[in-house]
Design a protein around this ligand. Structure first.
Ligand SMILES: C[S@@+](CC[C@H](N)C(=O)[O-])C[C@H]1O[C@@H](n2cnc3c(N)ncnc32)[C@H](O)[C@@H]1O
Length: 298
């Protein structure tokens, strides 16, 4: 199973990557419930993991994959019998595996299940498991990344995939001390837009922590954008914050907008942040790849 996704980008483009490749069977361990849209998420993440791992392997001496919200390794689609591998297992299965994997998960039961699954499916992979809140484990994560030097270049790809708009910009800023690209799931529609009134309330700090700016409400008002542009505003504010720590500018149209299959409702943006143009060249393939192609999975 380890390294099973070969030539993934070509097969996805040719609509040959079947959902079966992500399906797993019940192994008696915990299966957190996942939304039906998770299928699309894993396909997009798998495609970029693959492009990054392959494209960077001759340019960098050490490639590291970091999953800040790693989960249990497997999940079960809500209301269905479908069981899918989660982002850490997807990353372990790229054709040219990363040199090291760092998985952070705060729920001990999920972390234990992940550990057992990784041991079974990728016994030879170099994996560091970190139990705890990723916002408090920055030092431990940085410490687990091999030290780079002029003769040993180390590049990391970090997936930021929380349940909601609940990540903290300061954590990303801290981790960016290592040479690191970020693939971030921005739940701008699924969470922030639906909970607009709550987050606009003065006592809520969630959006300020995610964006790393305290005055975002004033900026939103000053923008004079209509209410339905709130998700775009958030996505671009976050991208703006990333430029303050050296990442290349991104607009909402550079992010992959993922929608539900049924009513075509927007759920979130999947965005890539890098300090180098090369990563965005790979990302273009993810942007080109159409979502809502349910037939691919059937
Ligand atoms: C949306 S799930 C993502 C799972 C995984 N990325 C996947 O797709 O398979 C979010 C996970 O993050 C964990 N989590 C939530 N807050 C966390 C935090 N502050 N630090 C580390 N893990 C956290 C949850 O327990 C959950 O397993």
């Amino acid at each position: 199973m380890y390294g099973q996704f070969s030539e993934m980008n070509h097969r996805i483009k040719r609509a040959e990557l079947s959902m079966d490749e992500f399906c797993v069977s019940d192994d008696g361990l915990i299966f957190p419930e996942i939304g039906p849209w998770a299928e699309e998420k894993y396909r997009l993440i798998a495609l970029y993991d693959h492009l990054f791992a392959k494209g960077m392997k001759d340019k960098w001496d050490v490639r590291v994959y970091v999953d800040l919200y790693a989960g249990a390794g497997f999940g079960k689609v809500k209301g269905a019998e479908t069981r899918l591998m989660g982002s850490p297992i997807v990353a372990l299965n790229v054709e040219f595996p990363f040199d090291r994997y760092i998985f952070c998960e705060q729920d001990p039961e999920k972390l234990d299940a992940l550990r057992q699954r990784v041991r079974r499916l990728a016994p030879s992979a170099d994996v560091v498991f970190i139990g705890g809140d990723c916002d408090e484990c920055g030092e431990e994560i940085l410490h687990a990344i091999p030290r780079g030097s002029a003769s040993r270049k180390v590049l990391s790809l970090c997936l930021v995939d929380p349940y909601d708009f609940g990540f903290k910009f300061d954590t990303l800023k801290r981790l960016s001390a290592a040479y690191m690209d970020f693939m971030v799931l921005l739940a701008a529609q699924m969470d922030a837009n639906r909970n607009y009134e709550n987050y606009m309330a003065a006592g809520s700090t969630k959006i300020a922590e995610a964006l790393g700016v305290k005055d975002w409400r004033q900026r939103w008002e000053a923008s004079n954008l209509p209410r339905n542009r709130f998700p775009v505003f958030l996505a671009e504010e976050f991208a703006q914050s990333m430029t303050t720590i050296g990442y290349l500018p991104r607009k909402a149209h550079d992010m992959k907008r993922v929608k539900t299959y049924d009513n075509n409702m927007a759920l979130y943006y999947l965005a890539l942040f890098s300090k180098h143009q090369r990563a965005y060249e790979f990302w273009k393939d993810v942007l080109k790849y159409g979502t809502n192609q349910r037939t691919l999975w059937e």
